[in-house]
Ligand binder design. Sequence first.
Ligand SMILES: [Zn+2]
Length: 148
Amino acid sequence: MKYCARCGSEYQDSVRECADCPGNPLLVSAEEMRARGLPLPHEMDKRVFVRAATAEDPFTAEAFVGVLQEANIPVLVRAGRSGVVDKLTTGNLLPWWEILVPEDLRARAVPLLEQERVQELATTDEAARAAEEEERETETPPSPPPAP
Ligand SMILES: [Zn+2]
């Protein structure tokens, strides 16, 4: 079996890339997953990964992964389609990604991600402000469930 170090999915040995993740990352061996501190699918019930944040675009997801890897926090990214939105049978991905970290490291991960989000907003300040205003006016988009 091979595994996606991004989302944690399991694949047949003949498969080379993850079909689910943006950029179709190359799959790795079980040993490599272990070396990165990531759980194999059948280990997920033992080692609980919980949501630390959500990203509304793949760039933010990438940035979050980078921050967490720098801090040596194992991270998985799940496209926000499964579970929550069973009713959607189109197979389309919703435009957000779930950032998952080990439960015992969540308290460390969340502030790092919040900091990263603030920094990102600061660098794209005007765009962010425009987007915010637009959001306020339209009151729309399909967004992740509000964080607790
Ligand atoms: Zn994947």
